[in-house]
Design a protein around this ligand. Sequence first.
Ligand SMILES: Nc1ncnc2c1ncn2[C@@H]1O[C@H](COP(=O)(O)OP(=O)(O)OP(=O)(O)O)[C@@H](O)[C@H]1O
Ligand SMILES: [Mg+2]
Length: 312
Amino acid sequence: MTTGHDGEFPIPVRTDTYGCVESQPWDATPLQPVPGVDDIVLVASGKGGVGKSTVTVNLACALAAQGLRIGVLDADLYGPSIARMLGTGEGLEHDQEGRTIPSYAHGVHSVSVANLMPPEAALVWKGPLVAQALLQMFREVAWPSLDVLLVDLPPGTGDVQLTILEQIPVTGAVIVSTPQRLALLDAERGIAMFHGLDIPVFGLIENMRGYCCPCCGEEQPLFPKQGLEALCKRRHVPYLAGIPLDPAAQQLADQGTPLVRALPEAKTSQIFNHLATQVNQAVDLERRAQLMRSQQQTQTGHEQFWEDLLDS
Ligand SMILES: Nc1ncnc2c1ncn2[C@@H]1O[C@H](COP(=O)(O)OP(=O)(O)OP(=O)(O)O)[C@@H](O)[C@H]1O
Ligand SMILES: [Mg+2]
């Protein structure tokens, strides 16, 4: 059983893909791909309110501007933000097979429960219903052909995260944190969860790193440095980007237009563009690594088969 970096995450590693790699290569049953989707990248955080949804929509738009076909799945069922931030309205169409057709805005396809219920309504669902709805959003939506589906997660390491990790073939995750120590502690828990489940963490994104002065554009630190870079080193996770607190990002998000779309030349938009390049490269590398691993497994399986045959 592979347990990732430090292996201390206390839940069982799923055995259908990763757990059996070393012992039973022939029986490793990969998780069913999501129809139409090449790669799935989770946008996660330990703490709430650190900017996951803001990062998700801007990263999505930046990746789309680089020519990739991008979707966003709002997995934050109790506190969905994606519909508001992408300015998609209520109600989604269905295709002839009854599958939900995602919204399309700013070059990005998206699905959120907020598209299906009035903004003031509260979702009051128990765990099993949440898992069912979540899986439907992956598998019963008519996703067009996508290079990457970004998944905006709720904070923490709870049911939604585990349901996705157990059922959906995830390519990797990025973790968003603010620089405060409390946020970092929870970010580290998130990293431990992904590493414990053998999900690559493409890197850490430091949001609200400093304040962007609206007059001169200079960035001033908001909080004292609390060890985010040290955390990256300790967990062997790249530091992907430092995003300033930019009032324009918040105002535009509230109006339904991501900063990267409204002000593509802005300094903060450039940071998102650079982030998109790094995420794109990480996805590409991981895809190649997965291919190599599966070829190696096939090779090992063949060799084992002939060894067993000759032995018998
Ligand atoms: N870099 C930033 N500059 C300015 N405002 C920001 C920035 N990042 C996030 N915000 C604002 O902070 C608030 C929280 O951000 P967001 O909703 O993206 O966080 P979240 O981690 O998704 O929260 P939750 O855990 O509730 O889902 C929003 O109003 C958003 O516009
Ligand atoms: Mg959010």
